[in-house]
Design a binder for this molecule. Structure first.
Ligand code: 4AD
Ligand code: MG
Length: 429
């Protein structure tokens, strides 16, 4: 049994090969059945000729519908008309699982495709996206490993609202209120005291009440935290990590990216350093361009699009006003209205893919902020403790994997960057 890709590479020309997979297209004409079979590695044409296989197999093949599973064997022959340039002339064509009429046809609505996501995942588009995503995850792990970060496993059930109460999923935890994690950050902060540099990849949950192209309620969150690192060092970590991911994905997934409309040359240009622009300058620029924007406003999708539509590489916006960012960030001593923080915006209009900051390491300042947040302080005692026992300057960030994949794969909507998207209106299938 060999993979279709091995056959397409030419390793089996003139020889016998056995493959297994699913029927992608099938038609018959005058005693020959032409089937295109796919497996995880690719597609290949198989011709089933009356007389070359046992009669029952030929009869079966002429009636078989797409998405049936099949094991087939035959001689590999070069044929420029076939997709991939080779075909298998079957001497065996065994249907393993006969398919009913496949419900997905060309002109189905987006809703229908989402209801049938478990089947639509077989499409080449989604298959290619998920392959790119797997490579992104592999590249990230590789980078952290090479740079001496320890991978951590923070909890997903928590009593802390890291990113504010507005998007928390709460639930009954044996009679107490608990939340699904929005971020591993606070736990990673606790871990730097023994590991210096840590990272994790976990699901994060956001009860986003808005329907947008870039929000899902459950996403994969890559987070990093480093002791002794300031906001500038934190941005260096981000750009080096993302540079590595783009380089790796460009070499490993060239075919898939091409199918999705992404030229790998674009990704090869994603090298540090990325541009940095202050929030102040961004604010001036947006005003000059006629946006209804005042200093103190947050950048939304529209503004981020404007900032990046003509960019080819990601852009850091730094030092946002305090009122639009979270309580744990460190104050900017040069302008106390702002924090030492950064958002990294993907180019071509895609917008925010990473949020990061230096953290407030002073116990009393942090306590003041927490009081202003109106949270139940007893749940934050442990977090305040971190500032009591050997506090250090430290910084970290969170990268939304699906946001990164949306940009890399040039997708219109974040839901296609994850196999089973969860949104405000969808938890099925
Ligand atoms: O900017 P956010 O909210 O920052 C944090 O959670 C920090 N505590 C992270 C840290 O410093 N450790 O989220 C980080 C990233 C965003 O930049 C975005 O890429 C992604 O998470 N993200 C979402 N992705 C998809 N759907 C959503 N609803 C998302 N919300 C945030
Ligand atoms: Mg953010």
């Amino acid at each position: 049994m060999v993979s279709i890709n091995d056959v397409i590479k030419g390793d089996f020309e003139g020889k016998k090969a056995q493959i297994r997979g699913w029927i992608y297209r099938i038609r018959s004409s005058g005693g020959i059945v032409f089937a295109v079979v796919r497996d995880a590695s690719g597609i290949i044409q198989v011709t089933v000729k009356k007389g070359n296989v046992v009669n029952e197999e030929f009869e079966e093949a002429s009636k078989t519908l797409i998405e049936s599973s099949v094991i087939t064997e035959g001689r590999v022959v070069k044929d420029d008309r076939a997709p991939g340039g080779f075909e298998i002339q079957a001497t065996k064509f065994e249907i393993v699982g006969k398919a009913d009429v496949f419900p997905i046809t060309k002109d189905k609505s987006e809703e229908f495709l989402l209801d049938n996501r478990h089947l639509w995942l077989r499409s080449r588009k989604l298959t290619n996206v998920m392959k790119v995503k797997a490579s992104v995850l592999k590249a990230a792990r590789e980078w952290f490993d090479k740079n001496d970060f320890y991978e951590m496993t923070p909890p997903l059930i928590t009593t802390n609202a890291c990113e504010g109460g507005g998007t928390l999923f709460d639930f009954d935890y044996f009679g107490r209120e608990a939340y699904l994690s929005q971020s591993a950050q606070m736990y990673l902060e606790a871990l730097i005291y023994s590991f210096d540099k840590v990272w994790s990849i976990t699901p994060s949950f956001r009860a986003e009440k808005s329907r947008t192209r870039r929000h899902i309620t459950e996403y994969w969150h890559l987070e990093s935290e480093e002791a002794w690192v300031d906001n500038e060092g934190n941005m260096k970590t981000q750009e080096n990590l993302i540079g590595h991911i783009c380089k790796k994905v460009a070499t490993e997934r060239e075919e898939e990216l091409k199918f999705l409309g992404r030229d790998v040359e674009d990704l090869k240009k994603i090298k540090p350093p990325f541009k940095r622009m202050s929030y102040d300058d961004a604010s001036d620029l947006l005003q000059k361009k006629g946006y209804d924007f005042e200093w103190g406003d947050d950048l939304g999708a529209k503004e981020e699009r404007e900032m990046t539509i003509n960019e080819k590489i990601p852009l850091f916006i730094i030092n946002y006003p305090k009122e639009v960012k979270a309580f744990y960030m460190k104050e900017n001593l040069d302008d106390s209205r702002t924090y030492l923080c950064s958002d990294l915006l993907a180019p071509e209009g895609y917008g925010e893919i990473v949020g990061g900051s230096e953290r407030e390491d002073d116990h009393d300042k942090l306590l003041e902020r927490l009081k202003a947040e109106n949270v139940d302080l007893k749940y934050y005692q442990w977090y305040l403790d971190l500032r009591k026992y050997g506090s250090v300057p430290h910084s970290g960030f969170g990268l939304g994997i699906e946001r990164l994949v949306t940009w890399i794969c040039k997708l219109d909507h974040i839901r296609d960057a994850t196999p089973f998207p969860r949104t405000i209106t969808r938890v099925y299938p």
